[in-house]
Design a binder for this molecule. Structure first.
Ligand code: HEM
Length: 217
């Protein structure tokens, strides 16, 4: 990660004198107008954060979505038969198997949550994924239900002032991916017997590889 951060510093320095039609160059234009408003260091930081915030999250959402639909072929087949189920399948995946299961907060004042006293300045890892398994909100939370009507009532995209800025984009990308796959490969199946492995990272979750067959032969 340190090497990648340093690589991005070089990218910003290079593009500062050789603009192209890309996001880094657009950010550099803001820097030109007011160097204090957005420094080179901050531009590198935005590029760095977006690589993970905007890519890994959505990449894993698509993989989790495919995994959950294909692990029960009848589920996949029902989405193929009725593409109207696509948005619900995406929301249900974000509830049942979210790609950002854990996110961070720092307490600004002492607080008691769920009977636990937490001091000011505590660094918290919030188990966002647990919100999707709250039985008082979701009947039969362990059941993946394509037709659940309130699947969006989770913390899959966080909450409050830092709510995911890319939530609509991430869902749109997943929508396009699934709609394209059900059209192009309606008989898609998981390769049987594969064991999934995951990056050793608690914030972003999805299989490192997902092997599929395009059809029965
Ligand atoms: C679809 C999959 C995605 C999931 C599950 C996801 C999840 C999250 C979560 C849980 C947070 C923390 C919210 C909080 O602290 O309350 C977050 C923040 C953020 N996300 Fe996403 N995200 C996704 C896609 C994206 C995309 C596609 C982008 C940008 C292209 C993006 C950009 C961001 C940024 C910039 C923040 C920080 C917002 C802030 O701190 O004010 N995310 N996301």
């Amino acid at each position: 990660m340190a090497a990648y951060r340093s690589y991005l510093r070089d990218v910003v320095a290079t593009k500062a004198s050789a603009r192209e039609d890309d996001f880094a160059s657009a950010l550099l234009e803001i820097h030109d107008e007011d160097p204090e408003a957005l420094t080179h260091e901050e531009i590198g930081s935005i590029l760095y954060s977006l690589t993970f915030a905007g890519h890994e999250t959505t990449n894993f959402l698509i993989a989790n979505l495919l995994r959950r639909l294909l692990e029960d072929p009848a589920r996949w087949d029902s989405v193929v038969a009725d593409p109207e189920l696509v948005p619900g399948a995406i929301l249900e995946t974000l509830r049942y198997d979210p790609s950002v299961p854990v996110w961070r907060r720092v307490t600004k004042r002492p607080v008691t949550l769920g009977g636990v006293d937490i001091p000011q300045g505590a660094k918290l890892f919030l188990w966002l994924a647990a919100s999707g398994r709250d039985a008082s909100v979701f009947p039969e939370p362990e059941k993946f239900d394509l037709r659940r009507t309130n699947a969006s009532k989770t913390l899959a995209f966080g909450k409050g002032i830092h709510y995911c800025i890319g939530a609509a984009l991430g869902k749109l990308e997943a929508h396009i991916a699934l709609e394209t796959l059900i059209r192009r490969f309606p008989r898609l199946r998981l390769v049987e017997g594969q064991a999934f492995s995951f990056h050793p990272n608690i914030s972003f979750r999805g299989p490192q590889a997902l092997w599929v067959r395009a059809g029965p032969g």
